[in-house]
Design a protein around this ligand. Structure first.
Ligand code: ASP
Length: 437
């Protein structure tokens, strides 16, 4: 969800000039109130659902419209941001740290959701009736093979997420290699194409900004339908999914980062004390990119990280290392599976592990970007976000509380970047340990 803050006069000025966050949250609350109230009168509820469905479906179609271009362009740009000729030992170590911690974060998310089972018993149904049975999942080896598209254009047209991700990452790497080519013409052309992709990504994010202006109405309609059908009981699962996401954040913070730091002979408490300014900034701005200057400062001034490492690791981290987003995707995918009565099986969870890790690479460090990547993860496991489906209704519930979840996940994203810088710095004996006294 990318926010814009247009100033608008005219008839709907009051709407556009109110903060988007406040509007979406209002949509959620109003939707719940209207839905619960209507739930007491089944006839009125059915008439209302008939109308509300249109506005809800419109929102879902708008979101679906931009999923494929978002994946394609933002992943090409994300993958190309790691220039291969810069890949020395330190840089490889940093990227390895990012990949390993991202995989751990998805595992933590899946584990917590398995234990707490948010969404179990909700039995959300779409307008098309009960959710169909989950498609039989192929074996692991097939899932891995299917990541490689036999025809990328076909994958794009069909919206097959994993092959698109693969193709985008390979293209991004090829572009960044060619950009450094000794042949000036090739280098220029590659640079040009990359600029085009970067511009296309910007265009898509601008469109997302526009779509989000409609989000409050879409969320209202979708949520009202859920509550009109489910009654007030739907509030409990919403609380539980929020709790699950935050519990997973805390476990990841203490076990994963705490573990790496302790293993490196660094004090976790001292780390938190040094990094907290960046953590709080990330929490309130909900943007890793906007927090970057603060992350740079605390890494160097408070935690003694050398500029040679932080100047590379933090910007790359703010682009590709999103542990909080990966946790959020894992927990919410599980939640949606439980809520629609199709708990994710092992191979679906394995696929989520891959998609959430790659989604983290493609997530822009801006507020709400992770919510788009969740759609991509859902599609990769066959939970299609069709208009009127149970998946769409449950997704709207998560979207309604996205700001709350985004605060925590951005905080985790930034903490993971800083942890990477100090752990790698320590392993290179490049950390100024006097800052850790
Ligand atoms: N807001 C997050 C960030 O900037 C990305 C996300 O929405 O998950 O790191």
């Amino acid at each position: 969800m990318v926010e814009t803050t247009p100033k608008s006069a005219g008839l709907f000025g009051w709407y556009f000039n109110t903060s988007l966050l406040a509007r979406i949250f209002t949509g959620l609350v109003l939707g719940a109130v209207v839905g619960i109230t209507l739930g007491y009168s089944p006839d009125a509820a059915e008439t209302f659902i008939g109308y509300a469905q249109f506005f809800g479906d419109l929102f879902i179609r708008l979101l679906k419209m931009i999923v494929v271009p978002v994946i394609l362009f933002s992943l090409i740009v994300g993958a190309a941001s790691i220039s291969p000729d810069q890949l020395g030992r330190v840089r490889l170590k940093t990227i390895l740290f990012y990949v390993v911690t991202t995989l751990i974060s998805v595992a933590v998310g899946l584990g917590v959701a398995t234990l707490l089972e948010p969404g179990v018993g909700m039995n959300v149904i779409g307008s098309g009736g009960a959710a169909g049975k989950a498609a039989q999942s192929p074996p692991m080896s097939q899932i891995l093979l299917n990541i490689v598209p036999t025809n990328p254009i076909e994958s794009l047209a069909k919206g097959d997420v994993l092959p698109i991700i693969f193709f985008a990452i390979v293209s991004g790497i090829a572009l960044s290699l060619l950009r450094e080519s000794k042949n000036g013409t090739v280098a220029r052309q590659a640079g040009l194409l990359l600029d085009v992709c970067a511009a296309a990504a910007e265009v898509i994010y601008r469109i997302v900004g526009g779509i989000m202006q409609y989000a409050p109405i879409g969320v209202f309609a979708l949520i009202a339908v859920v509550f009109a059908r489910q009654g007030a009981e739907a509030l409990g699962p919403l609380l539980l999914v929020t709790l699950s996401v935050y519990i997973a954040f805390i476990i990841h913070l203490f076990v994963c980062y705490g573990g790496f730091l302790t293993f490196s002979g660094l004090s976790f408490r001292r780390f938190l004390k040094g990094a907290n300014e960046a953590m709080v900034t990330a929490f309130v701005t909900r943007s890793s990119s906007a927090t970057l200057p603060v992350s740079m400062r605390v890494s160097e001034d408070n935690l003694g990280a050398p500029r040679t490492i932080s100047s590379f690791a933090l910007p790359i981290g703010a682009t590709v290392n999103m542990n909080g987003t990966a946790i959020y995707i894992a927990v919410c995918a599980m939640f949606i599976g439980f809520a629609i009565g199709q708990p994710l099986n092992h191979s679906q969870q394995f696929t989520v592990m891959i998609t959430a890790t790659l989604a983290a690479v493609g997530t822009a460090g801006v507020p709400g970007a992770g919510a788009l990547m969740l759609i991509m993860a859902l599609e990769s496991i066959g939970l299609k976000l069709e208009a009127g489906s149970a998946v769409a209704a449950t997704y709207a519930m998560v979207l309604g509380i996205d700001a709350l979840l985004d605060m925590g996940r951005t905080c985790m994203n930034v903490t993971g970047d800083i942890a990477g810088v100090v752990v790698v710095g320590k392993s290179e004996k490049a950390l100024d340990l006097s800052k850790w006294q």
